[in-house]
Design a protein around this ligand. Structure first.
Ligand SMILES: C[S@@+](CC[C@H](N)C(=O)[O-])C[C@H]1O[C@@H](n2cnc3c(N)ncnc32)[C@H](O)[C@@H]1O
Length: 281
């Protein structure tokens, strides 16, 4: 991504989480009382202006993927906290709002993000009157050019205590080298630590119609200055996670069954491109 500009994809996914709060039927899959306020007067009007587009089938399916991954991450986080985890690291936090509605008094949150995106988020929070809790530490890091371990340690991250990492909507934008070094850091954490991330399957692994949908999304993120560059098949991802146990790799079918059954609207995932995986140490 461009070094000096905030992530445009972070804004796009935050708009889709806000659209979920406004347009989708209740019960919501991912109720987030701060998803709308964080966009504020600057960005909320665009969610309203693009209402028509947000109801197109591909847009609905993409929104379903985004809310499912956030819901799944926070479900797993709650389980990790119940098992004693007290550090939550959001890698590529974007406009994620968990830290500002953190219900766990003992949980410290580290928001790691590209410096330009993080500064933009902090400005938005200030403009929109969302207070920064003392349980949150910002860690500005460019995964491609800086050592995450060094920056996290300097920010007070305790490598001797288990941590839960969420890496949502980030992996496809990284080089393999940056992915590897970050995963190695997570794998070096103590037993009880865990990670959740989503990833995309390579174009060649997709049926023809999904290849067209892939091309359309890939050209949109390329135009946003954040081209996709890293894909995995499920066996390749399992090999990357060989240091971990309790792997759970979910496709659309499993996520639909878990989170979208019995809905009165059409919100559900489609296709096989996007997957969400979690693992523990
Ligand atoms: C699609 S957004 C997802 C944001 C957030 N996780 C969410 O789900 O809303 C991608 C995020 O990855 C971050 N990112 C991409 N490349 C990065 C890099 N090289 N170093 C640090 N952050 C990066 C962007 O700044 C952005 O916040």
């Amino acid at each position: 991504m461009e070094a000096a500009s905030p992530s445009r994809t972070a804004l796009r996914v935050a708009m889709r989480r806000a659209a979920h709060q406004i347009y989708d039927a209740h019960p919501l899959v991912f109720p987030d009382p701060l998803a709308v306020p964080i966009l504020g007067a600057e960005y909320l009007p665009e969610v309203e202006r693009t209402r028509f587009k947000l109801h197109k089938p591909h847009s609905v399916a993409l929104r379903a993927h985004l809310v499912a991954r956030s819901r799944y991450a926070e479900d797993l986080l709650a389980r990790a906290v119940a098992n004693g985890v007290s550090q939550y690291v959001l890698l590529g936090a974007g406009l994620d709002t968990f830290a500002y509605r953190n219900p766990f008094p003992q949980l410290h949150v580290f928001e790691v993000d590209h410096p330009a995106t993080q500064q933009w988020k902090r400005d938005l929070l200030a403009t929109n009157g969302i207070p920064i809790p003392s349980s949150l530490t910002y860690v500005p890091v460019d995964f491609e050019h800086q050592q995450l371990a060094t920056q996290l340690a300097a920010a007070g991250f305790d490598t001797t205590r288990p941590a839960f990492f969420a890496w949502l909507g980030v992996v496809p934008y990284l080089t393999h080298a940056a992915f590897h070094s970050t995963l190695a850091l997570i794998a070096s954490c103590p037993s009880g630590s865990g990670v959740v991330m989503d990833y995309g399957q390579p174009r060649s692994a997709l049926p023809y119609l999904e290849q067209l949908a892939h091309d359309s999304l890939a050209s949109r993120v390329q135009l946003a200055g954040e081209p996709f560059q890293l894909f995995f098949t499920p066996p390749e991802m399992a090999a990357e996670l060989s240091a971990f146990r309790a792997l759970e790799d979910l496709g659309s079918g499993e996520l639909n069954t878990r989170y979208f059954t019995g809905r009165s609207d059409n919100l559900k995932l489609m296709g096989s491109a996007g997957r969400i995986v979690s693992a523990r140490l």
